[in-house]
Design a protein around this ligand. Structure first.
Ligand SMILES: [Zn+2]
Length: 160
C-alpha cells in the first residue's frame, strides 16, 4: 500500500513506466481491492492511495503509476506470495509487522529514486517525505519519523 508519487522524472510521461497487463509488467485493476472494507476500518486512506492484493495493483482512482511506486508494490507482491489474505490479516492487526513490511517497500522505492536523482538535497527531501508517510496516519501512526527514516535507510542498503 502506498501513495501516488510526485517525482516527475519517474512518471509515465517520461517513459518510466511498466505498462500494466502485459508480459514483464504488472497487473493493474482500476478498482478497490477485495478487502477494502477491512482496510478502511483500520486506516485513514486517501484518494491517492494504491493497494496490492496478490499479484495485482489496485488503483481505484486511476492514478498514473510511476516506476518507484510500482517497485514499492512489487515488494508487497513478493511478501504476500500465494497467501495475500493471511498477509493482509496480519498487516492490519499487527503494527510492528506492518511497519517492517512497509519499510522494506519504502527502502526499495528509495533505491529506485536514488538511481534517478543525484542532487543530495533533493534525495534527502524524498527520504524525509517517505519517512513522513511511513510514520503517518496511512499506516496508523505506528512509528516516529526519525525511526522510520532509519528503517527505510537500512532496507535501502540491501541488494535487490
Ligand atoms: Zn506499501
Amino acid at each position: 500500500m502506498s501513495i501516488f508519487s510526485k517525482i516527475k522524472m519517474l512518471k509515465p510521461e517520461n517513459g518510466m513506466f511498466y505498462p500494466p497487463n502485459v508480459e514483464g509488467g504488472v497487473k493493474v485493476k482500476f478498482e478497490f481491492p477485495p478487502n477494502i472494507d477491512n482496510i478502511c476500518a483500520a486506516f485513514q486512506i486517501n484518494p491517492q492511495t494504491v493497494f496490492t492484493y496478490g499479484d495485482t495493483i489496485y488503483d481505484p482512482h486511476k492514478l498514473p503509476l510511476s516506476v518507484d511506486v510500482i517497485e514499492h508494490e512489487r515488494v508487497h507482491m513478493k511478501q504476500q506470495g500465494e497467501k495475500p489474505e493471511l498477509w493482509w490479516g496480519k498487516y492490519l492487526r499487527e503494527p510492528a509487522f506492518r511497519i517492517d513490511q512497509e519499510a522494506q517497500a519504502y527502502g526499495r522505492q528509495y533505491q529506485v529514486i536514488a538511481q534517478k536523482i543525484t542532487n543530495p538535497q533533493k534525495l534527502f527531501d524524498f527520504r524525509m517525505m517517505l519517512a513522513k508517510t511511513l510514520s503517518g496516519p496511512l499506516y496508523g501512526n505506528a512509528i516516529g519519523r526519525s525511526e522510520a527514516l532509519t528503517l527505510i535507510q537500512s532496507y535501502a542498503q540491501e541488494p535487490v
